[in-house]
Design a protein around this ligand. Structure first.
Ligand SMILES: [Zn+2]
Length: 238
């Protein structure tokens, strides 16, 4: 068996002990750095609340916590998460703030968080507003009304109704419903494509009657109308 084993050549004095170590991949203390078997364990530094006195908060980049300057937004590497490097950035890039204490940066951070929260509330459209937008688009499509009706008539009418009957901030919440001309057009297009896909999927697996007719709209363009009648779950659907 010994002839198949590749063993390193060491000093004669320690040859027996070292051969045993090679077989179990355990390098000797003296040769630990030079062996290819040794693994590199990367230790990530953690953020400390005291780093705020250097004007640094933490953020996550590529699943690693890194320090972020709250003044200029510059992100340092995780290895720079030590007081000396953070302080160096503060003194070199923001010398006027290098003498500020931790409470100054705490106040700056809290006001920054408030600004972000207010901005998100203003920009983000809630899920209810999206549903309401689709429902109004459906009403317009079913009644064959112009797309700009929502923006010019429905929204102002809703605001007046809510302001009179409920009051408070309900009027402002109504304004968050996206009802512009382009939005209604896009909603109707999305719903049409969805209906078309579902209908095609249903018709592919059932018998149906098809009636086709042609007409001309007010602009003189020819229109093809198709009527489909089929049975779906014991109901006749047109
Ligand atoms: Zn900075």
């Amino acid at each position: 068996m010994d002839k198949w084993l590749k063993r390193r050549k060491f000093n004669d004095d320690n040859s027996d002990n070292d051969n045993v170590r090679d077989q179990v991949n355990e390098p000797t203390p003296g040769t630990r750095k030079n062996t290819s078997c040794s693994k590199k364990y990367v230790v990530h530094r953690k953020y400390n609340d005291d780093f705020l006195k250097f004007g640094f908060t933490s953020t996550i980049e590529n699943d690693i916590v890194v320090p972020e300057c709250m003044i200029c937004g510059f992100k340092l590497s995780n290895s720079a998460m030590v007081p000396s490097k953070l302080q160096r950035h503060l003194v070199a890039n923001h010398p006027s703030l290098s003498t500020k204490d931790k409470s100054y940066f705490e106040r700056s951070l809290s006001s920054k968080i408030k600004q972000v929260t207010v901005f998100e509330k203003q920009v983000c459209v809630s899920e209810k507003a999206q549903v309401a937008s689709y429902e109004i688009a459906e009403l317009i499509a079913v009644n064959l009304k112009p797309h700009n009706l929502a923006e010019e008539i429905i929204l102002p009418a809703c605001r007046k109704i809510v302001k009179t009957m409920i009051g408070g901030s309900a009027d402002i919440n109504i304004c968050k419903i996206p009802l512009s001309n382009d939005t209604i057009h896009r909603r109707i297009k999305d719903m049409s494509e969805n209906i078309e896909q579902n209908s095609a999927k249903t018709l592919a697996n059932s018998n149906f009657a098809l009636q086709v007719d042609e007409t001309t709209d007010i602009t003189g363009n020819a229109q093809l109308i198709a009527f489909v009648r089929f049975i779906h779950e014991n109901d006749i659907i047109n």
